[in-house]
Design a protein around this ligand. Structure first.
Ligand SMILES: *Cc1c(COP(=O)(O)O)cnc(C)c1O
Length: 410
């Protein structure tokens, strides 16, 4: 039975240092933004904020795309919105799978009724442009869908050449950049991406619950051909599109675009507090400067990886393609990975990540993202991990890690 007194206790979560693959600690300014007053959905101040959010995220995505907005929900709501709005039943989609989130793209595309073809890549590697071009020629998909940074393997899929290939073959190109955006280069227009979705809880330094997305004009046109405005809000000037109706109402990007556009179609009620958070995340990123923020992630990621190596630990995956903001590290022999994680949490208040699928029980994943891509977080995590590993008599070289990481912060 639940203790009745605890139900009415003031919410007082512990202070943790979240050093896993996300979620992470939000920037203090994001907490402040979330706590601001609620206003009405069509208050001119609110619609003004919506326009600002669009402009700010054009900066974050490095795009001129008019159709840049938020989908209300966690990062996978952005993924689902793009896939359900672009893919009609029977449409062909090509998906390079480099990890868990590639499988997620396949699963969502299958639910949508698309014909899915995968390029299966061993975990810890990325897909080559040659593999993509060959598969596109053979299969002739409508859409190439991929993940940029797949936190499950810590690999960062290069996108530039894939974008050129899609452009050449007239294939739409979508990418889930949730884990990579703001910590690794992402140039939407320059790399010919037609659709990109993200989330706040990785390098953007916010809580989960809002999915920024951007769509090229070409992609928006494909989606608008499927436009069916719901009956209760339909007006005389609305023309229904000639293509099949989008299978989801909530994730119908044709209607969502009209909510964010001059029409202000009354589709859903924008999640006001999350919009405040998303706005602050973008403002923090652009204020500090994209190159500076990405540089800070690289510095923290390199310092952490070097520290782990100095401790005698082995890193997972092809390091040429490692994401700046998360590292996979093999759990040393003869220690219980979950017991170490538990003690890091109880003794130091530090959370690091476990792993999925073929890597489960083999590697930990340690992230340095957003507010936590900082020297203190890197050094404290290394010192704490080392002390728990020493306690568990792991075969490591103590006394080196923190000094090696400090070299990155001279
Ligand atoms: C973390 C992560 C997500 C998160 O999705 P949620 O719905 O917010 O849990 C999505 N995609 C990738 C590649 C991620 O790393």
């Amino acid at each position: 039975m639940t203790d009745k007194t605890s139900l009415f206790e003031t919410l007082n979560p512990p202070q943790r240092m979240l050093m896993g693959p996300g979620p992470i600690n939000a920037y203090p300014r994001v907490h402040q933004a979330i706590s601001q007053s609620l206003i009405g959905q069509y208050d001119p101040v609110m619609t003004g904020y919506m326009n600002q959010v669009q402009a700010l995220y054009r900066g974050v995505f490095q795009t001129e795309n008019k159709q840049t907005m938020l989908v209300d929900g966690t990062a996978r709501s952005g993924i689902e919105a793009v896939l359900v709005s672009v893919l009609q039943p029977g449409d062909k989609v090509l998906i390079p799978v480099i990890g868990r989130f590639g499988h997620l793209l396949c699963e969502i595309a299958q639910r949508v009724g698309a014909e899915v073809k995968t390029i299966d890549i061993e975990w810890g590697e990325v897909c080559s442009p040659e593999q993509v071009e060959k598969a596109i020629k053979q299969y002739q998909p409508k859409l190439l869908a991929t993940v940029q940074g797949d936190t499950s393997t810590t690999m960062n899929q290069p996108l530039k050449e894939m974008g050129e290939i899609c452009e050449r073959h007239g294939v739409l190109f979508y990418c889930d950049a949730t884990a990579s955006i703001a910590g690794n280069d992402l140039k939407v227009d320059e790399w010919h991406l037609d659709a990109v979705s993200a989330g706040l809880q990785k390098c953007l330094g916010g809580p989960s619950g809002s999915a920024p997305i951007t769509l090229s004009d070409r992609c928006a046109e494909v989606i608008n051909r499927r436009k069916h405005v719901e009956a209760g809000i339909r007006a005389d000037h609305h023309e229904q599109g000639e293509d099949a109706m989008i299978q989801s109402n909530y994730f119908d990007l044709a209607m969502i675009m009209d909510y964010w556009g001059p029409e202000r179609l009354n589709h859903h009620t924008e999640a006001t507090s999350m919009l405040y958070a998303a706005r602050e995340c973008a403002r923090l990123f652009l204020e500090e400067g994209p190159d500076e923020v990405i540089g800070r992630h690289k510095q923290a990621g390199d310092a952490l990886a070097t520290g782990l190596r100095a401790m005698g630990l082995e890193l997972f995956g092809n390091q040429t393609y490692k994401m700046n903001n998360v590292v996979g590290v093999y759990i040393p022999a003869n220690v219980d990975g979950d017991a170490i994680r538990r003690e890091l949490l109880t003794c130091f208040g530090i959370e690091i990540g476990t792993s999925f699928g073929p890597l489960h029980g083999k590697i930990w994943r340690i992230g340095t993202m957003g507010y936590n891509a900082r020297q203190e977080c890197v050094l404290t995590t290394l010192a704490a991990l080392e002390s728990i590993l020493v306690k568990h008599k792991a075969a490591i070289q103590p006394g080196q890690a923190v000094a090696a990481a400090m070299e990155f912060y001279l």
